[in-house]
Design a protein around this ligand. Structure first.
Ligand code: FAD
Ligand code: DLZ
Ligand code: SF4
Length: 508
């Protein structure tokens, strides 16, 4: 009896669980480009182009390895428009009733698969180090879930950077050596350039025609679209950027979107790279004396610590997580997030490169666009949808805990113990953005005061009751209270005026 095996667009690994369990002789692989996935948020055109090209190439590799693949392109007139629809259509076509699938990374799609009238077996996605059960067991009985302790478990489990049961170098975390601002350097190597090919060319034309109106550029298309290319990008990073990764991890520079970042999340999340091969290459670079411990430890922590921790939180917290709004923020996402002109240079830079590349690095996402949305009281569900749409690496399991939890504090403190908010001083310290900004980062009130300065106090005062008792925030309230009364009033009324102008669509 013929059976189907489903491979989703972000499951492009030869050893993904469902393929491991399937049998070439009786399973038909189903892959489908479908409107439902391409349109549930207005994805960046590069994100759809990357996935469709990678899917088509992966299907070709599967065929070369002897699999029968039923692949549906977006423009196929028979396309049923959704993953369950395509499964039903293929089941009828091949006389199959059973489907083997690897658990999707989003509750929406998990439910949709469970609701199909077919006999669907969902297998755990074991491309991750930590299973749902392991995370639940780790979380059980803890008052607060903190990434740092989870990360140590993952170091022990993998043996990465361990000397017996002790961490390499005597410490788990070398972040105090990191966080340096960077200088412009014309010779810094960015990620390797994409090579054009006929599959990519055909997909780019399709995406241009169907999604050309979405926010985001499509050409020049900068990304790799198969495993060989993803491995090239990884090796390029290890050779050229990993040694400086730690020191400049939090730095931001005008017109330098990548600095020393890896730009591999899109490949890793889609299945073209795997967690352990990445971390082992980084670890080997440390042992070979090519990269220092602060960089390698910091990099490995992002992958086996933050990434796995975020996935654990998403599945632990459940399907309502994306609707949380602990701070009751209701302001509409301003049009500047979709590319409308802004005088805030940091926002223009972060959003401009997001438009051009579908990429911004962590600190831009957290301390520029995320920080601004939080300070301005934007509705977190709208912020979540924006991040899910505009980044080429965005899937709900990783995006939602980063946005709803880490960045917007909308989960009330599940991911972080305090909100990530800062005034303009932080952005000024970590970037060169403020030098060419319309606003003055040193000004605290008035028409040209940096909006981050005004909104910072506005946020703290709006949420005084909730945060004043937090020992890590008490100092900020004392600073505010020491200002003279007139100044306190002016800061808050200037902030109100700014928010009002922004909400009315004025240029801010
Ligand atoms: P590098 O800085 O070089 O880091 C190396 C790798 O570590 C990344 O490729 C990524 O796999 C992993 N990593 C680092 N930080 C995190 C993190 N906080 N959570 C999960 N993985 C991490 N990452 C996504 O993959 N998809 C998202 O949709 C996403 N949305 C985010 C939204 C916000 C508001 C914030 C603050 C962070 C978000 N991140 C997301 C995490 C992080 O910003 C990206 O993983 C990173 O910028 C990807 O670029 P890179 O490969 O150059 O990463
Ligand atoms: C993101 C995405 C897009 C844009 N299109 C498809 C698609 O056409 N077919 C497919 O199988 N997967 C696609 N994906 C990835 C899914 O949305 C992803 O599997 C879920 O969000 C779970 O992570
Ligand atoms: Fe951003 Fe303020 Fe600096 Fe302008 S002055 S770049 S708005 S932090």
């Amino acid at each position: 009896m013929v059976k189907l095996v489903l491979v989703l667009g972000d499951q492009l690994s030869m050893d993904v669980h469902a393929l491991r369990e399937a049998d070439k002789d009786c399973h038909i692989v189903v892959m489908a480009e479908v409107a439902a996935e391409a349109e549930y948020v207005p994805h960046h055109p590069m994100k759809i182009a990357f996935l469709f090209t990678a899917m088509r190439k992966f299907a070709a590799e599967l065929r070369e390895k002897g699999w029968t693949v039923a692949y549906t392109t977006l423009d196929d007139p028979a396309n049923a428009g959704s993953i369950p629809g395509e499964l039903l259509r293929r089941a009828e076509e091949f006389g199959a009733a059973a489907v083997l699938a690897t658990e999707p990374g989003e509750f929406r799609l998990i439910t949709a698969l469970q609701d199909t009238p077919l006999d669907v077996t969902l297998l755990a996605d074991d491309r991750f180090l930590c299973s749902h059960q392991e995370f639940e067991a780790w979380a059980e009985g803890r008052k607060a879930l903190r990434m740092e302790y989870f990360y140590r478990e993952m170091r022990r489990k993998t043996g990465l950077l361990m000397e017996g049961d002790k961490p390499e170098g005597g410490k788990w975390n070398f972040d105090h050596e990191n966080r340096k601002p960077a200088k412009q350097d014309l010779f810094r190597k960015g990620p390797p350039k994409a090579q054009g090919d006929p599959v990519l060319a055909e997909v780019l034309d399709l995406i241009d025609a169907r999604f050309g109106g979405n926010f985001g550029a499509l050409r020049p298309f900068p990304y790799q679209t198969d495993r060989a290319g993803a491995l090239r990008a990884l090796d390029h990073f290890i050779t050229h950027a990993l040694p400086e990764f730690g020191a400049y991890q939090d730095a931001m520079l005008q017109d330098d979107p990548h600095l020393y970042h890896a730009v591999i999340s899109l490949y890793l999340n889609a299945g073209l790279l795997n967690v352990l091969e990445i971390c082992k290459k980084a670890e080997a670079a440390y042992h070979a004396g090519h990269a220092p411990l602060n960089s390698v430890e910091g990099f490995i922590r992002q992958i086996i610590g933050w990434r796995e921790f975020m996935r654990g939180i998403y599945f632990l917290e459940g399907p309502d997580y994306t609707r949380r709004n602990a701070l009751n923020h209701q302001r509409k996402l301003p049009s500047l997030y979709w590319g409308a002109e802004t005088r805030m240079n940091c926002m223009a830079q972060a959003i401009g490169q997001t438009r051009d590349l579908g990429y911004a690095h962590h600190i831009q996402r957290l301390m520029v666009t995320g920080n601004f949305a939080l300070l301005a009281g934007i509705n977190p569900a709208q912020v979540h949808e924006w991040y899910l749409a505009v980044y080429v690496d965005a899937y709900e399991w990783v995006e939602a805990p980063n946005v709803v939890g880490m960045s917007q504090f909308a989960d009330g403190g599940v991911v972080g113990s305090k909100p990530y908010v800062s005034s303009g001083a932080y952005i000024d310290r970590m970037s060169d953005y403020c030098k060419s900004c319309h606003y003055k980062v040193k000004e605290k009130t008035g028409e040209t005061a940096c909006p981050f300065n005004l909104l910072y106090w506005h946020f703290l005062i709006r949420h005084r009751e909730r945060f004043e008792g937090n020992p890590r925030m008490a100092q900020m309230y004392r600073t505010f209270d020491r200002m003279d009364e007139g100044r306190r009033k002016t800061v808050l009324s200037d902030a109100d005026a700014f928010l009002d102008r922004m909400s009315k669509g004025a240029l801010v």
